[in-house]
Design a protein around this ligand. Structure first.
Ligand code: NAG
Ligand code: NAG
Length: 336
């Protein structure tokens, strides 16, 4: 049901806030709508972020979430996801999940059907199957094609280093070289390999939840886990402060726990945009050209975003739905 409110826009000046709120990384509008509709029909904030991320898993958002995307070095698609309850600080996460399409559902099952926080790899898939998730092949014609092209192009881009044969020119198998070379990492990560949906939901009563889902980095070394399922890196939620979710070059970003940092900044009184910028700035100090962005929201429903100006990113797009809009709106922020 679409309800259109005719309210003069001056009643909602820039920077005003209204709850409930759903906000997510990238222009994944159907995910925003799924989360928003879940809240509108009485679902909890956890239901909302789960449904929102699940929608992206079904839609294969940009090929970066869900099955059939981002094949690893062996051609397999594996999934990472995380969900966090900001009231109880409970978390469920899965990494390197094989054969199961609904990674965010499995993450929630880890939280609700075990005392654990994080399951990984083949064992996580067995847990999921035991909990009733259907085992399916995550490979599609599209992912097979991406894999075949990569092989044909001498396995480029390639994330190995300090091995022979030279990974910037040749496919494996690789062996370690004895003397480590200086790391001249030039990131292969860009808008086409960006790697996640991160989502925050806050309801009228101030309950906060966050979630992420991704199929990781295209052509990753098998077993690679990015920032998305890492608590405090891919996302963080605390109903007494707010929530944040990050996206981009996860291998670098996870080292700085940007989502945790942003939430702590908001707890200390920073407004969401400033908190987001502080988290990006911390990474910038060490990796000036890293590819990445973060969204932040505080408990009154104020929100903001920030991104690092990089060769492949000058503007970052994200989605917002709140009671002022009642429909997902595309927002953008200029990177700094
Ligand atoms: C990396 O950069 C350093 C310093 O600029 C240089 O001496 C070295 O040869 C470079 N290594 C590679 C593998 O390009
Ligand atoms: C959220 O951020 C806005 C904008 O800076 C601020 O006015 C508001 O007081 C903040 N809310 C909380 C609960 O800190």
């Amino acid at each position: 049901m679409l309800v259109i409110f005719l309210i003069p826009s001056f009643l909602f000046p820039l920077g005003d806030a209204s709850l409930p709120l759903v906000i997510n990384t990238w222009p994944f509008k159907d995910a925003t709508a799924a989360a928003w509709n879940t809240l509108q029909s009485g679902g909890s904030v956890l239901d909302a972020v789960e449904k929102g991320c699940a929608q992206c898993e079904i839609d294969q958002c940009d090929g970066t979430v869900g099955y059939g995307g981002s094949p690893d070095e062996t051609g397999e698609t594996t999934l990472d996801a995380m969900i966090m309850n900001g009231d109880t600080i409970e978390v469920g996460a899965v990494a390197n999940l094989r054969r199961i399409k609904n990674a965010i559902g499995v993450a929630r099952a880890v939280m609700e059907r075990s005392e654990h926080t994080f399951l990984a790899g083949e064992s996580a898939s067995v847990f999921a199957e035991n909990m009733g998730f259907i085992a399916e092949d995550l490979t599609t014609d599209k992912s097979l094609n991406i894999f075949a092209e990569w092989l044909k192009g001498n396995c480029q881009p390639n994330y190995r280093k300090n091995v022979i044969p030279d990974p910037s020119k040749h496919c494996g198998p690789y062996k370690p070289i004895t003397t480590l070379q200086q790391d001249n990492r030039t990131s292969h990560i860009n808008i086409h390999s960006h790697d996640t949906i991160g989502m925050i939901a806050i309801d009228q009563a101030g309950h906060v939840a966050a979630a992420t889902s991704t199929n990781g980095l295209r052509h990753k070394v098998p077993g690679r886990v990015g920032d998305s399922p890492i608590i405090g890196a891919g996302a963080y939620a605390d109903s007494s402060a707010g929530a944040a979710a990050a996206t981009g070059d996860g291998d670098v970003m996870m080292r700085f726990l940007p989502s945790y940092l942003a939430v702590e900044q908001m707890r200390a009184g920073a407004d969401p945009t400033t908190a987001c910028k502080m988290a990006i700035s911390r990474i910038k100090r060490h990796y000036s050209e890293f590819f990445g962005a973060i969204i932040c929201a505080n408990t009154t429903g104020h929100y903001g975003a920030a991104c690092n100006k990089a060769p492949s990113l000058s503007t970052f797009h994200y989605m917002v739905a709140d009671s002022a809009s009642d429909t997902p709106l595309l927002k953008s922020v200029n990177c700094f």
